[in-house]
Design a binder for this molecule. Structure first.
Ligand code: UDP
Length: 236
């Protein structure tokens, strides 16, 4: 579908982030699921963003399934929603400064406060809802830069968050930028993740559809995704 997916584990993802913060530079991470792939297939800007990203983690079980159908076994699902708390814990241990950008007003603050209580010593560089509107970019970049951010988490949903990072991450001074979708909503309790046993069955997407039925239109992309993979007509 024109977008890369890397065969990394959660432990390897954390180790790469660790190395990138040591070495500096600019590293964008995208959390690729079937909805991403379906959007990237049609949207060349988004596709180019994913191709330029330092790391595309296999966020959705559908991506693992599709890879297996093509004879490539990805070792594990690396969900962005799992990465945000694990990375915050590691940041608390290592003194990395994390900026929580995006979601509805107040949600990033609430998520960061919950994480800071859970992981004492977490250096919250900043929290800000802002918006992905181009007119706000310069002001947001200045805010993130002034906060001496090491890791910038952006929750504007795909593809906005990823294209935003592609355009702006280098200007923020952060070494790592990750598009994290609904992760702040989950941590703040605005929306609920599926119980672990449902996640283990590979049915988190179904749980989300059942709990947030207004997503049904978005998730119509999923049967189309399955059809494209099964028939091999998935080229962009
Ligand atoms: N969001 C935002 N501004 C926007 C669009 C989305 O802050 O213009 C936030 C929204 O509040 C939510 C997140 O982006 O916290 C996207 O969540 P969603 O569940 O759609 O993410 P995905 O399913 O793409 O991971």
């Amino acid at each position: 579908m024109g977008a890369p997916v890397h065969d990394v584990t959660m432990a390897e993802t954390l180790a790469l982030i660790d190395r990138w913060i040591d070495t500096g530079g600019v590293h964008q991470i995208a959390t690729v699921n079937p909805e991403f792939l379906m959007k990237a297939r049609r949207d060349s800007d988004f596709r180019a963003t994913l191709q330029r990203a330092a790391l595309c983690i296999p966020d959705g079980i559908g991506v693992l399934w599709a890879a297996r159908m093509r004879g490539t076994k990805l070792r594990e699902r690396v969900a962005g929603s799992d990465l945000v708390p694990l990375l915050s814990a590691e940041a608390a241990r290592r003194g990395w400064r994390v900026f929580y950008l995006g979601a509805a007003p107040g949600v990033a603050e609430k998520a960061a406060a919950i994480l800071a209580a859970r992981y004492p010593g977490l250096n919250v560089a900043g929290c800000y809802a802002g918006s992905p509107a181009p007119a706000e970019e310069d002001a947001i970049v200045a805010r993130v830069r002034a906060a001496q951010t090491d890791i910038l988490l952006v929750a504007y949903g795909a593809p906005k968050q990823d294209v935003w990072l592609d355009r702006n991450l280098a200007r923020t001074g952060a070494a790592v930028g990750i598009g994290v979708g609904g992760s702040f909503d989950f941590i703040a309790g605005v929306s609920q993740r599926a119980p672990r046993w449902i996640q283990r069955l590979g049915l988190e997407w179904f749980y989300r559809l059942a709990h947030e039925p207004w997503r049904w239109r978005r998730q119509l992309a999923l049967p189309h995704f399955v059809w494209l993979v099964l028939t091999g007509r998935d080229a962009p």
